[in-house]
Each structure stands twice: as structure tokens, then as C-alpha cells.
Design a protein around this ligand. Structure first.
Ligand code: UD1
Ligand code: CA
Length: 419
């Protein structure tokens, strides 16, 4: 969208996290909270994105790529002030401004896109997202007139009488017409109770000036959850985990026990693959079709599995490729391995990939057979169709030729494999 810019408010201290790490860098399903918001701005095509940070947010600034412009808010004087500090950037701009908070990882990009679309279609001056919730405590309440038009947002601390019972809350997502936003921001008065300028006061100001206010209500109130404590963090983790798993199931992957399966958002899985309970699939893992994974398997970053691969119980695989129909059924570890097709990795096989200084690669050729309890000390190559007898230790650089049978500690060639 060529006339859309975004401001992400993330200067808040996040005190209730009780952490030395800035709140927005805490991870949900392996991804920092702020990245969820950045991904939304990317996917809806925001032309420029500004991130408002406090003076102690150096770590957050370092985390952000150059694509984002950091604006610092010298004193945390509230959300109204946080938007005000970006004013210089918008002087010659006439388009729409989307405002998001940095601590809401559950926002749905489709909902955000629909807010922007509706804002433009209705030629509104502001459009903001609302949700109807069971417990509105802590949130700003949406005040409507007798025709049902939103006319103000009342913050929790200032809500009195019937306002406290209003269950429609402000999620904290707004799309403004830029000129009107920055003109009226100046009209916001300091809230004497909290010593802050509330961005939300601008709604009443817009109403007084007869500017056009629109709202959209989300179907899923959970989307607005702001992470304030570690409890919220765990809650968000559960919801995002469920979303990831649901997407895979709808794409043809069987997940036997979704409550006990962990899949990173940046993993890929082919159809008809079955994921058994207590399996962890981390970032940058790609699994082919028709595989069986787990129970109790851990696939770490950099794993690439072909089709019809079996990874059984108590197994760990890291930075490793395995070709089609290779199997590793019981308690084994493969790290930095390049495994061909139709390889059998026997129970208890270990690649000794780390020599204390470097991570080294183990190559295992097609149709090789690695017997139980073998140790392969990398760097080393096992030829195709070679057989490593149970209990062998194949030592560093002692490459095993194709079709040979080796046994012992250290492993020596004893025969050729019968073809
Ligand atoms: C805000 C809204 C409230 C809404 C709720 C939704 C206001 C006044 N209230 O309340 O109506 O229901 O979000 O979650 O806006 N921030 C800054 N600088 C500041 C203060 C805050 O950048 O000086 C950032 C925070 O980092 C955070 C966001 O603004 O990402 C919201 O601030 P927060 O203090 O969490 O507002 P709430 O009290 O949750
Ligand atoms: Ca909040």
C-alpha cells in the first residue's frame, strides 16, 4: 500500500515482566514478540515503519534491521506522547498512519489489513479495532452514543459508573488520516491521574470536531492480548502454538497429540507426515512427505528430511540432511550429517561432530547400514552400502569405502558386503 506508514509503540518499560531483557524481545514460540508486529507491517505492505523506543531500549534497536526507523521517546509520557515524537517524520505526508503496540503478538494480519481497507473505503479520519471481552478490567472502554457511534475511549483508571461495565474494549490498533492525527495530537491534555498523555483521548477530540470515527470489532478477542507478565507470555505461547499446529493439520499433516507437540513457525512439513507426541520441531527445519516423527524427537535448526523418513523415539537431529526412506528409529544423535537415501541408523548411533573447537561433517552414503551403538567421529565418510558393525567406533578421517563391512574399536574392514 503506497500511502500507508506504520508507527509501532514500544517504549514502555515492561516492568511487570521482572526481566533484564526488554519485553518485546521475549520470545513466543521461538520468535521475539516485536517480530510478530514487524511481520504484519511487512505483509500488509506498509511503506515505512517507525518504532518508538525508550532511552533504555538499545537491545531492541540492535535487534531491528535498517529497514525500520527507530524514534526515541525521551520521557515515557504516555501513548499520546509516543506518537507525538514521530511528528517530524510525517510533515509532508498525506496518507494513512497505522498505529500498533509492540507487545501484542496475537494480532491477525487479515484483521489489520481489513482495518486499513475499511478506513480508506469509508474515508474515515480514524478507524480503530475493538473487542468484546468477559473481563474488560485494565483496558480502555469504548463509549458509544445512542445511535451506536463510537464517541470516546475511557481508560480503565478513569472509567466511572456504567462505563466500568462496558465490555467492548480498545485493542490498541488504530488507522488515522495523517494530517488530522498530528493536528489533534496537540489538543490532548495531560491526564492528571497517571501523568500521561493518552492517545485514546484523541477519539473524543475527533468527535468534538465532527471528524469521522469508525470501528471494527474482532471476532476473536484474544487477538488483542498485550503481553505484560510472564503469565501473558505463556498464554500467548499456547495460542500461537495452537495456530501453527492447526495450520499444519489443515494442510494434511497428522499431529497425534497437539497439546504435546511443539512446532516453530518457520518449519515446513510435507503432507501425510505423522508427528507423534512430545516432538519438538525448531526453526528452519523442513520435513518431506509421509514421514514418521517421534514420539520424543527433537529436530533442531538446519534439518532437512526427504520423503518417507522415520525418526523414532529419544532422538536428536541437528544441521543434518537425510534422504528419502532413511530411518533412525531409536535413541540416536545426528549432528552436521549428510545422510543419503535408504540408510539405516541403528539404535544408539552417535555422530561425534564436535571436537572441542569445530563442528565437523559426517557423510553417510545411500543404503549404508550403521549398526547399533556405533560412534562416527567426524569428519568422516561412510561409503554407500557400507556396513558398520554394532558397537564400532569409526575414527576421524578413516573413510569407509562403499560396500565394505567394518567392525571394532577402532573400526577395521573385515569383508565386502554381499550384493
Ligand atoms: C493501552 C490503551 C488502552 C487499550 C490497551 C490495549 C492508552 C492510553 N490506552 O493501554 O485503551 O485498551 O492499550 O492493550 O493508550 N508506550 C510507549 N510510550 C509510552 C507509553 C506506552 O511507547 O510513554 C507503548 C508501550 O510500550 C506499549 C503501548 O505503548 O507497547 C501501550 O502502552 P501501555 O502502557 O501498555 O498501555 P495500556 O495501559 O495497556
Ligand atoms: Ca499494554
Amino acid at each position: 500500500m503506497k500511502d500507508l506508514r506504520t508507527i509501532i509503540l514500544a517504549a514502555g518499560k515492561g516492568t511487570r515482566m521482572k526481566s533484564d531483557i526488554p519485553k518485546v524481545l521475549h520470545k513466543v514460540c521461538g520468535v521475539p514478540i516485536i517480530d510478530y508486529i514487524l511481520n504484519i507491517t511487512k505483509s500488509i505492505g506498509s511503506l515505512k515503519t517507525y518504532v518508538v523506543l525508550g532511552h533504555k531500549s538499545q537491545l531492541v534497536a540492535e535487534h531491528l534491521s535498517d529497514k525500520y526507523k527507530v524514534i526515541s521517546q525521551p520521557k515515557l509520557l504516555g501513548t499520546g506522547d509516543a506518537v507525538k515524537v514521530t511528528a517530524n517524520e510525517f510533515k509532508n505526508y498525506n496518507g494513512s498512519v497505522l498505529i500498533l503496540c509492540g507487545d501484542t503478538p496475537l494480532l491477525n494480519k487479515h484483521v489489520i489489513r481489513s482495518i486499513v481497507r475499511r478506513h480508506k473505503k469509508m474515508k474515515a479520519d480514524v478507524t480503530f479495532l475493538t473487542a468484546v471481552v468477559h473481563d474488560p478490567g485494565g483496558y480502555g472502554r469504548v463509549i458509544r452514543d445512542d445511535k451506536g457511534h463510537a464517541v470516546a475511549i475511557r481508560e480503565d483508571k478513569d472509567a466511572i459508573g456504567f462505563e466500568r461495565n462496558i465490555s467492548e474494549i480498545n485493542v490498541g490498533v488504530y488507522c488515522f488520516r495523517s494530517k488530522e492525527l498530528f493536528a489533534e495530537l496537540k489538543e490532548i491534555k495531560l491526564n492528571t491521574l497517571k501523568k500521561e498523555f493518552y492517545l485514546t483521548d484523541i477519539i473524543e477530540i475527533f468527535q468534538d470536531k465532527k471528524l469521522k470515527i469508525e470501528t471494527i470489532e474482532t471476532d476473536d478477542p484474544r487477538e488483542g492480548l498485550g503481553v505484560n507478565t510472564r503469565l501473558d507470555l505463556a498464554y500467548a505461547e499456547n495460542i500461537i502454538r495452537e495456530r501453527i499446529l492447526n495450520e499444519w493439520m489443515l494442510n494434511g499433516v497428522t499431529i497425534v497429540d497437539p497439546k504435546n507437540t511443539y512446532i516453530h513457525s518457520q518449519a515446513k512439513i510435507g503432507r501425510d507426515t505423522v508427528i507423534h507426541p512430545f516432538t519438538f520441531i525448531e526453526a528452519n527445519v523442513a520435513i518431506g512427505r509421509n514421514c514418521q516423527i517421534g514420539p520424543f524427537a527433537r529436530l533442531r535448526p538446519g534439518v532437512r528430511l526427504g520423503d518417507s523418513v522415520i525418526i523414532g523415539n529419544f532422538t536428536e537431529v541437528s544441521r543434518t540432511k537425510m534422504g528419502n526412506k532413511s530411518i533412525m528409529k531409536h535413541f540416536s544423535y545426528l549432528g552436521d550429517a549428510r545422510v543419503g537415501t535408504q540408510v539405516n541408523i541403528g539404535a544408539g548411533t552417535i555422530t561425534a561432530n564436535y571436537d572441542g573447537q569445530n563442528k565437523n561433517v559426517t557423510h553417510i552414503g545411500d543404503k549404508a547400514f550403521i549398526g547399533c551403538d556405533s560412534v562416527l567421529i567426524a569428519p568422516v565418510k561412510i561409503g554407500s552400502k557400507a556396513v558398520v558393525g554394532a558397537g564400532s567406533v569409526v575414527t576421524k578421517k578413516k573413510n569407509i569405502p562403499p560396500d565394505s563391512v567394518v567392525v571394532g574399536v577402532p573400526a577395521r574392514i573385515v569383508s565386502r558386503r554381499n550384493k
